[in-house]
Design a protein around this ligand. Structure first.
Ligand SMILES: [Zn+2]
Length: 364
């Protein structure tokens, strides 16, 4: 029934062009549906998220406003360093000498209505296949998949990506449990303080927190069933990772709060989730600790639309503020990345290995 409902909503071009009419539709839809919402306020919250998403869909800006910040390899780029490919949402591939690591690979891009209405969600095989084709063209051997937490936009596709790549999963105990319930055959539960050496990678597991949405961490109530709805993909214990190889360090998280800052450890690249206000609140303090050479704000795209639509900023992001804070802290170069356009992290003291625009200025 909900598929008819969702296609009714999505299929209407008029609704895409009028938020007030969409609001009416949503109210009617919500009255008709029974997807296990516990209260009226829950309905309102979801309707609000849906409306925000709609607004972003109509007006969402992409990377074209910031060409001076976007980095990517060109034909002349030296490939000696670690190559970083952005996969959308908080997903990355790191490559080094035929080895690869994946972090939070998520390609299905479940639509906002299915999430907001509590519909059954599942991996989109054709989206995953398309994305993996992008990555497989470079034939790296994927050593491991690191997952920062169990939400659907980080973990939903992992069992299928594991089956495709035969890579091992490294995640919190609850994320491993969820992945297994969703079909993964194995998984290695880690906790903050753990260190794993896999191939050329040294991976330090760090504590992290998750941004709040409407005052609380979304989807954090444990379930004991096979995950079906977005709410079943619970956060669990959020993790960050410090990845070391080739004399370089990459820090990656998917967001955070002031309650848990990154370590006092200089890094070459800091990938910091910036989807929600909490993570932006901690940005200055995080930069002070990490003193990164490069700052890549992450989880900023609207992950409710397919990757093929191209990068659009998400409804709750505020990139101008991120720019202002980075300029004020002046602790590294702010960069952006587009989907599936690899960039080799320049080794220190070798500026020629980067394809950068020397005219970059951080606007304030
Ligand atoms: Zn999350």
């Amino acid at each position: 029934m909900y598929s008819t409902l969702i296609s009714n909503i999505q299929g209407s071009q008029a609704a895409r062009n009028s938020s007030s009419r969409l609001g009416e539709k949503l109210k009617r839809s919500l009255r008709r549906t029974k997807f296990g919402f516990s209260s009226i306020s829950e309905h309102l919250k979801h309707a609000f998220i849906l409306l925000l998403g709609f607004t972003a869909h109509a007006f969402g800006a992409g990377l074209s406003s910031y060409p001076h910040l976007v980095v990517a390899d060109s034909a002349g780029t030296s490939r000696n360093g670690v190559r970083v490919t952005y996969l959308g949402t908080n997903g990355y591939q790191f490559e080094f000498k035929g080895h690869a690591l994946l972090v939070d690979p998520y390609f299905s891009r479940v639509d906002l209505f299915s999430v907001g209405l509590g519909a059954r969600i599942q991996p989109n095989i054709s989206h995953i296949t398309d994305a993996m084709r992008h990555l497989a063209s470079r034939e790296p051997n994927v050593d491991a998949i690191l997952v920062t937490h169990g939400h659907f936009d980080h973990l939903l596709d992992v069992p299928i990506v594991m089956a495709t790549t035969r890579a091992r999963l490294i995640a919190s105990a609850s994320s491993v449990e969820l992945a297994k319930r969703a079909g993964a055959l194995s998984g290695e539960a880690v906790k903050p303080g753990d260190v794993r050496r896999i191939g050329p990678w040294k991976i330090r597991v760090l504590p992290a927190t998750h941004d709040r949405l409407f005052g609380k961490v979304p989807f954090d109530r444990p379930q004991s069933r096979v995950p079906q709805r977005a709410a079943d993909w619970i956060c669990g214990e959020p993790l960050a990772f410090l990845i070391e190889l080739n004399g370089q360090r990459i820090y990656i998280d998917s967001g955070g709060t002031l309650a848990q800052l990154p370590p006092n450890q200089k890094v070459d690249l800091a990938i910091l989730g910036m989807a929600l206000p909490d993570s932006r609140e901690r940005l200055s303090a995080a930069l002070e600790r990490l003193q990164p050479r490069y700052i890549l704000p992450s989880h900023q795209d609207n992950f409710f639309v397919p990757l093929s639509n191209g990068f659009q900023f998400g409804p709750l992001t505020d990139f101008r503020r991120v720019q202002r804070d980075c300029a004020r802290e002046n602790r590294g170069r702010l960069i952006l990345m587009d989907y599936f356009r690899p960039w080799t992290l320049p080794t220190p003291g070798n500026p020629k290995s980067q394809n950068t625009n020397p005219k970059q200025k951080t606007k304030s």
